[in-house]
Design a protein around this ligand. Structure first.
Ligand SMILES: [Zn+2]
Length: 124
């Protein structure tokens, strides 16, 4: 049988299932390794963009301003500070997170706060 990733011939005994694909041992290990779980190119491109020319929209800038002013803030507080509804807010936070400008941190009771990507979470 064949590996569905590298197309190499393999023994059925060696076949591994991952994400619906039948993989050889090597491809399986590669698929599992943390370096492969995110797209390095996408992160690289996003980082390059923020370093060279920050392309923040006004909403994203308002979110960063609020975090810089107040530290870790709840989505509710950000919604209040920026005037965005939760759906729009989550979209902007996702974009900022992808640019490695903010990240989420858990709080008791299943709540989350948003803080700067490289900030130390005071609660952790
Ligand atoms: Zn393979």
């Amino acid at each position: 049988m064949q590996c569905q990733r590298c197309q190499c011939e393999m023994d059925p005994d060696e076949a591994r299932e991952h994400a619906g694909l039948t993989l050889c041992e090597d491809c399986y290990m590669e698929a599992l390794s943390p370096a492969r779980t995110c797209d390095p190119w996408a992160t690289y491109t996003a980082r390059r963009l923020t370093e060279q020319e920050p392309t923040l929209n006004p909403a994203q800038q308002a979110i960063l301003d609020c975090i810089d002013r107040e530290g870790p803030v709840s989505p509710e507080r950000l919604s209040e500070a920026t005037g965005l509804d939760q759906v729009a807010l989550q979209r902007e936070i996702a974009a900022l997170r992808h640019m490695e400008l903010v990240r989420g941190a858990p709080r008791p009771g299943g709540k989350r706060v948003i803080l700067r990507f490289d900030a130390v979470d005071p609660a952790s």
